[in-house]
Ligand binder design. Sequence first.
Ligand code: 5AD
Length: 333
Amino acid sequence: MIFTDMELREILLTEDNVFLEELYSRAREAAKATFSNKIYIRALIEFSNYCKEGCYYCGINRTKTSVKRFRLKEEEIYSAVESAYEAGFRTFVLQGGEDMHFTDEAFARIISHLHETYDAAITLSLGVRSKEAYKMFKDAGADRFLLRHETADAEIFKKLHPAEQSLERRLRAIYDLKELGYQVGTGFMVGAPYTSVDSYIKDVKLIRDIDPAMIGMGPFIPSKGTRFESYPHGTVEMTRKLLAVLRLEHPKALIPSTTALNTIDDNGRKLGILSGANVIMPNVSPKFARESYNLYDGKKASGLEAIEGVRALNDYLKEFGYEIEFSRGDYNV
Ligand code: 5AD
């Protein structure tokens, strides 16, 4: 289904809990119609927190001096993947800052190694690169790519990023990835500075145009040492509303219940799923890396968030009627 602008405005502004519970319940039913009660899991490997970009909201942006920088060696990436595979994961997500120490060739080599060694999906989340690089990664065996548009309002985008970045450049990369045949994920932060109901309506409509396989959306959370350090975090309620709207508009999309949502609310995982999310991305990075990969303050990286927790995660999901699905979980049109 597609909401009109007026319906979107009404949903995003309402405080009527009966109305909202009804919305969330419809979103859950839409997810169940496609995925039954299964929650897909993706092994998240944070391979580097070096970044050449200066996104003003981000806790690992290049200007932050207080960050302890790390970069996994290829062998450390492989051993994280190996443990994840043994734990049952069949999607690996290589996520990192825009770290040019990893050349296009280096990534291509890592991707081909993983592709040849494991019967599993490879997802990349490593920012903007050239179309040629994206093609090289695809040819090496990458299946999916996550690249959020962050906000669909070009003016707000400019206020959140240094001048060398633009919404246009981000969108070009997203469309390059689509053209190359990736399953593409996009998304935005809820409650980031300057965003509003008007900008979220633009986000929903942009996501309609992109028609992504995956939609990643979580609350903005301030990070100390960034210019937005004293801004409030996005709310659980607004995140849930947008999750539900996007689930209803994209019944087949893979939508995670994000770590950010779980960071602002101990029940975040569950609340995300009960609003239509159907993916969880536990962190399987080595411990030292997890501790330094802080896009925002207070980020959770243990327990149900991490590799140790697969069984505990399944028990947790069962309490409200869901269970882990271990297969690759590709997007099916
Ligand atoms: N709060 C919430 N999400 C953030 N991201 C970056 N910084 C923050 C923050 N302070 C998100 C961005 C990026 C993704 C990897 O993490 O949306 O695309």
